[in-house]
Design a protein around this ligand. Structure first.
Ligand SMILES: Nc1ncnc2c1ncn2[C@@H]1O[C@H](COP(=O)(O)OP(=O)(O)OP(=O)(O)O)[C@@H](O)[C@H]1O
Length: 257
């Protein structure tokens, strides 16, 4: 099945007046309350905010994994509200990659088989050289035949990243990708995400609680009570990393005060 792009926009992801209400009646929760925001192609954006501010909901709606209650989401030029369920499935398969805090690897399969699995399920053939290229991009060529139990946490997350990237998606969504990793391993994964943006132009949206992780991005979007409270553009000079992290931490502290 093919889907038609309505709008070859410069933004990889665009949200307009997006509201998301979880549940109904007295138990309902407004997770997103009129969010309008653009994520330009080839940029790395960190989404931050206090617990419950709507970060994961934003990512889920932006990736077409959840439907907003109101408003418009455009992903890679497709207006998601105009897509049938089947078209959205194809769009997710062909245009997005997702990594989570938990690596979600199948223990009985090798790294290469884990990279191949979702495409196989989705009925999309990936060639062995594409799998090899995805593993090479995350520095795991020599671990292709290893099973998850034979890999470190950082290596397992890199397999998950290779799995998300094997289809060369327009947008990579990462929800707390370093949440289960130690400081050194986190840094390796974040440097890898940064390199994928710089060298391959991979648009990346990452939810994180960690100002040091967010400092790897080009911009930080701060959510509060389901609204965009602030957007900070970061100086990409590597010498500014520590200063960026401190500035982000100060913004977060200000929001939570
Ligand atoms: N499926 C759901 N049903 C009901 N309420 C939900 C659901 N998912 C999220 N919520 C609520 O929506 C609000 C936003 O949740 P969300 O998970 O997007 O926040 P978050 O900023 O990612 O939080 P955290 O940092 O704690 O992971 C919260 O109040 C949450 O309890």
């Amino acid at each position: 099945m093919r889907t038609t792009r309505q709008n070859p926009a410069p933004d990889a992801v665009r949200l307009r007046s997006v509201r998301k209400i979880h549940g109904t009646g007295t138990g309902s929760v407004t997770a997103l309350d009129g969010v309008s925001i653009d994520f330009p192609r080839g940029t790395f954006t960190a989404v931050m905010g206090p617990s419950g501010s709507g970060k994961s909901t934003l990512l889920q709606c932006a990736a077409g994994l959840d439907r907003p209650t109101e408003g418009q989401v455009t992903l890679a030029g497709f207006d998601l509200g105009r897509q049938s369920e089947r078209q959205r499935t194809v769009l997710r398969r062909d245009h997005i990659g997702f990594v989570f805090q938990s690596f979600n690897l199948v223990e009985s399969l090798t790294a290469a088989q884990n990279v191949e699995l979702p495409s196989r399920f989705a009925g999309r053939r990936v060639r062995p050289e594409e799998i090899a290229a995805a593993l090479a991009a995350v520095g795991l060529t020599r671990r292709a035949k290893h099973r998850p139990s034979e890999l470190s946490g950082g290596q397992q997350q890199r397999v998950a990243l290779a799995r998300a990237l094997v289809t060369r998606p327009d947008v990579l969504f990462a929800d707390e990708p370093t949440g289960a990793l130690d400081t050194t391993t986190s840094r390796e994964v974040l440097q890898l995400l940064r390199r994928l943006v710089d060298q391959e132009g991979r648009t990346t949206l990452m939810v994180t609680h960690d100002p040091v992780a967010a400092a790897f991005a080009d911009a930080v979007v701060l959510l509060k009570d389901g609204r965009v409270a602030d957007r900070i553009t970061l100086d990409r000079d590597p010498r500014s990393h520590g200063r960026n992290a401190s500035a982000i931490a100060a913004h977060m502290a200000g929001m939570e005060a």
